[in-house]
Design a protein around this ligand. Structure first.
Ligand SMILES: Cc1ncc(COP(=O)(O)O)c(C=O)c1O
Length: 376
């Protein structure tokens, strides 16, 4: 047995274990170790490769010794103001979490009894419910490429007399983008609901200007917008995400349960750097959107792949030659040093879908080449 087959089979065991424990993909380092991970291009990693800027990273590095020796501010308003400056919104209506995941967990503890969730989805929306049955799963149709049809969804929600629903736009893992005018029309028709959560974690890659509901949030008192900063700002390790709502009562219910010092000093400092780096941010965001268009076009030329249109910085495709996503994932990992997201463990998804996040043109081109070799 060669060293690589030993590694492959023990990684396989680990993978099985990890996938039974969670619906997230295992971290690459858990799968192959820190040494090997350095050589692998991680296409599971959904984050903006062009941000933070080199200057911001240097600034963070220089400030690290002081930052880790200080307590974070216990007053969240300062950070809210920094963020509000770049989002052009009212700082009082923001709530910043230790990643969007902290806010999602909190919402479920404080605001939600039962919630409609289209599946497949981002697993945290189902997994942290008080009781798993509190998530009412709306199964998206594989024959319709798992597309969410808002009219049908709302009719289903009304029929089941649910007071609360989730829409992720652009969707994860599908990348499906619902244009702003359709979202607005939907929100008007969903006014009778108590809570409409719209997760816009990937909306910054859906167009220019960004087709977000943020500037229109004042019109809908039952709307809570959720956004992870891990993806669009490229800082998953800092743990930053936020919620925005015109409904202060709703925000205050969440705030009561938010731990003091939930943001660390490095994350707070990063927020303070945002206003000055805003032009660079938008430049990087648009550059990445261009990369995704290129990747989409290149992947579509590969036979045996059905590539779904996307509004996000990642793409979902279906393998149509009978090879499973799991097999293709393994071959890319062990033969081409590339790690992609096999979506088979996502609730409601079949065994043939893979999600890849753009890592910039050069690495994306290598992925396309590897896929061509494996699927020809
Ligand atoms: C749709 C969606 N929302 C929220 C999150 C949570 O992000 P974080 O906790 O890193 O901010 C993710 C992470 O993948 C996601 O896909």
């Amino acid at each position: 047995m060669t060293e690589s087959t030993v590694n492959a089979s023990s990684a396989d065991e680990l993978r099985k274990h990890l996938f039974y424990e969670t619906s997230h993909s295992p971290a690459l380092t858990d799968l192959v170790g820190y040494e090997k991970a350095k050589d692998i291009v991680d296409f599971c990693f959904i984050a903006n490769p062009y941000y933070p800027t080199a200057g911001m990273l240097e600034d963070l590095q220089r400030s690290l010794p002081n930052l880790i020796k200080s307590y974070p501010s216990s007053n969240p308003l300062m950070s809210q103001k920094h963020l509000a400056t770049v989002l052009n919104v009212d700082p009082e209506r923001l709530i910043i979490g230790n990643g969007a995941t902290e806010l999602i967990t909190l919402m479920k503890l404080t605001l939600i009894d039962r919630i409609a969730v289209p599946v497949p989805t981002f697993g945290e929306y189902i997994e942290k419910m008080k009781d798993l049955r509190d998530a009412e799963l709306y199964a998206l149709d594989p024959k319709d490429r798992y597309q969410l049809r808002l009219n049908d969804y709302l009719a289903w929600v009304h029929k089941r007399k649910l007071a609360c629903l989730l829409v992720i736009n652009p969707g994860n893992p599908t990348g499906q983008f619902i244009p702003l005018d359709e979202m607005v029309e939907f929100l008007h028709r969903a006014r009778d609901l108590e809570l409409v959560i719209v997760d816009e974690s990937f909306i910054d890659f859906a167009g220019d200007p960004i087709p977000s509901l943020l500037p229109l949030a004042d019109q809908f008192t039952n709307l809570l917008i959720v956004r992870s900063m891990s993806k669009h700002c490229g800082v998953p390790g800092l743990r930053l995400g936020y919620g925005y709502s015109a409904n202060l009562y709703l925000l205050n219910r969440l705030r009561r349960f938010l731990p003091t010092w939930n943001l660390n000093t490095l994350a707070q400092y990063f927020l303070s750097l945002l206003p000055e780096a805003d032009a660079a941010y938008h430049e990087g965001r648009k550059r990445l959107m261009g990369d995704v268009v290129q990747l989409y076009g290149d992947l579509r030329k590969i036979p045996s792949l059905e590539v779904y249109p996307t509004g996000a910085n990642f793409l979902l495709f279906k393998v149509t030659n009978g090879m499973t996503a799991n097999e293709l994932q393994k071959r890319l990992l062990w033969e081409h040093d590339m790690y992609v997201r096999d979506c088979s463990n996502k609730l409601g998804m079949d065994a043939f879908h893979i999600r890849v996040a753009s890592q910039g043109r050069e690495k994306d081109a290598r992925l396309v080449e590897a896929l061509r070799t494996l699927l020809q």
